[in-house]
Every structure is written in C-alpha cells, then in structure tokens.
Design a protein around this ligand. Structure first.
Ligand code: GRF
Length: 205
C-alpha cells in the first residue's frame, strides 16, 4: 500500500508542489499526498493542490487556542490515516500534543543551514549577517522552533550581488530537491536517530 503524506501549509505551496510531483513521478517511491491542510483561506498552495486533484481542507485558526486548533488538525490527519506529516511553509508552531501524536513522523523544510538563522526571513537574516553560504535544512519537528534533528541539508553560496529575493530563489531550488529526498529516506525507513544525529543509509530495510 502507498504511504500517505499529509501536507500543512499557509501560503504559496511550492514545496508542496515539489513533493506532489515527486510522489507522482516515482521520485518519492510508493507514496501519495492524502491531504493538504491550510490554516489560511486563499493560500495559493490550496489551489495548487486542487489543480492536482488532491484533497484539501482549510481549518482557520482565528480565535482558537493552540491546543484546540491542533486537535482539529490532528483529527483531520488521523482521519486520512497519514503516515507522515510534512510542513511546507506552515506558519504555526506545533503544540507538544501535536508532536506526540506523530512521533518522528513530522518533517519541516527551513531556508537556512540550521541551527543558524531560525525563524522568519531566514534568507534575509543570512544576507544581513554577512554569511558567505546559506542553504536549507529538512529536519524532524519537535515543540521548539526549527530545532529538531537534521535529516538533510544543502548549501548555497551567497553572492555579493544577492538580494533576499535572489538568494531565496536559489535556496528554493535546493529546498524542492532535498525535501523530496528526505521524504523518500524517512518513508523507506532508511535512517536511524542517535541522540540528535540522523544517520541515513542507502540500502532499503
Ligand atoms: C520556504 O522557503 C520554506 O523553506 C519555508 O517557507 C517557505 C515556503 O515556501 N518554511 P512554499 O510555500 O513551499 O513555496
């Protein structure tokens, strides 16, 4: 049976699209996106999912406490029997209850080489700091912001002429590539976690 992925997003959805394309093309073997959930109405990522005929669900967060909101999202993911949750530009911190509901089964993509530059506008942070390289990170999600064990990273050079926009575009290409690769590794169980280290192997279990 195909492994079922649930994607959470709040905006553009290009990482969702890369995962959907990866699953459709077999780059991510034996997997499908079972549902795309957004906390924001009108998120372009929802339209992208609809045009791929993938089930979508908007759960607005306004007025709800974090735990109460997360319960709704957990229920929607469980109803779809998802094996893996992928955050793809999802602009909310997960509650501990959410993390416990999917132990080592939630991934995030972040546009910097963590632990450098967590949080918002990571590409601008790297540029303004004067870093010569930045990149992106796929990591397991815990209750802390951009903090869980790192699965894959890719580096991207920072050019003198870069703006946050040009750097973001260069990083984004790498995001799409390593997110699909990391999802393949995790779904195939080709990794083990030792402390904070995620050790990946080429052979399938
Ligand atoms: C990406 O840069 C991702 O790393 C960050 O939010 C952005 C989402 O972009 N977490 P998109 O919605 O996937 O196009």
């Amino acid at each position: 049976m195909k492994k079922r992925i649930g994607v959470l997003l709040s905006g553009r959805g290009s990482n969702f699209d890369a995962l959907a394309e990866g699953a459709a093309s077999g780059l991510i073997p034996n997997a499908e996106i079972a549902i795309v959930i957004s906390n924001r109405e009108g998120a372009p990522g929802i339209e992208k999912a609809q045009s791929r005929r993938i089930e979508t669900c908007v759960i607005p967060s306004r007025g709800l406490e974090r735990e109460a909101y997360d319960k709704l999202v957990i229920a929607a993911l469980q109803e779809k029997r998802v094996d893996l949750v992928c955050l793809a530009g999802y602009m909310r911190l997960l509650s501990p209850a959410f993390v416990r509901a999917f132990p080592n089964r939630i991934l995030n993509i972040h546009p910097s080489l963590l632990p450098a530059f967590p949080g918002l506008e990571a590409q601008r942070q790297a540029l303004e700091h004067g870093a010569k390289f930045s990149g992106c990170t796929v990591h397991f999600v815990d209750e802390n912001l951009d903090a869980g064990p790192i699965i894959l990273q890719a580096t991207v050079p920072i050019e003198d002429s870069d703006t946050p926009e040009t750097l973001s575009a260069r990083i984004l290409r790498e995001e799409h590539r390593i997110y699909a690769e990391a999802v393949s590794i995790v779904l195939a169980g080709r990794y083990r976690i030792e402390g904070r280290r995620v050790l990946t192997s080429l052979e399938k279990k």
